[in-house]
Design a protein around this ligand. Structure first.
Ligand SMILES: Cc1cc2nc3c(=O)[nH]c(=O)nc-3n(C[C@H](O)[C@H](O)[C@H](O)COP(=O)(O)O)c2cc1C
Length: 164
């Protein structure tokens, strides 16, 4: 195809990061990509909480069951779905931020915050907001690869051409 296509199709969840602070320029670029994401009716019913303090990262990690990447991250962006928002919009914002991260040389991993209420209180989200997902970020460790390459289901299994 072409380099830009390869760039996005090869976005993977990376969980091994350097022990290095994320530059504010890189973090801002990632957050801007979230802010500029399209949303239903352009409602933008979301906010993005960037957690960078290491004690706060350890605290945030207690709200999910597979959160080692948060503990190891240089920063984690918590996706706050404000009241009235929807999952599709939050998913788009997450993917945009992950692609932006890759574009500036930052690795990322989506994380589920299984204990949503606790996570919501932790980031001071407003009443009625849903706080279910976050994105762990960090400069990739030397030779960082996906932990387990999951591959994908065969095209015939997931892609259908409507026959009318
Ligand atoms: C909605 C969602 C939630 C995820 N939650 C976690 C998580 O809590 N912890 C984790 O280590 N990875 C998590 N992941 C990463 C997936 O395990 C990963 O995307 C999947 O195995 C496919 O790997 P790839 O993205 O490298 O192709 C999550 C991914 C998505 C899309």
């Amino acid at each position: 195809m072409n380099d830009r296509y390869d760039f996005l199709i090869h976005l993977r969840a990376i969980r091994d990061y350097q022990d290095k602070i994320l530059s504010s320029e890189d973090l801002d670029a990632i957050l801007e990509a979230g802010r500029w994401t399209g949303s239903s009716k352009n409602n933008q019913d979301w906010s993005f909480v960037a957690v960078t303090d290491s004690d706060r990262l350890q605290g945030l990690a207690t709200f999910g069951s597979y959160t080692q990447p948060i503990k190891d991250s240089a920063a984690t962006v918590v996706l706050v779905q404000e009241k009235g928002g929807n999952d599709f919009d939050i998913g788009r914002a997450a993917q945009n931020m992950m692609l932006a991260a890759k574009a500036v040389g930052v690795a990322s991993c989506p994380i589920t915050l299984h204990r949503e209420e606790g996570a919501s209180d932790f980031v001071g989200a407003s009443r009625g907001a849903k706080v279910r997902y976050a994105i762990a970020l960090g400069y990739p460790a030397d030779g960082a690869e996906p932990r387990r390459f999951g591959g994908r289901k065969k095209p015939a299994k997931v892609i259908k051409r409507d026959q009318g």
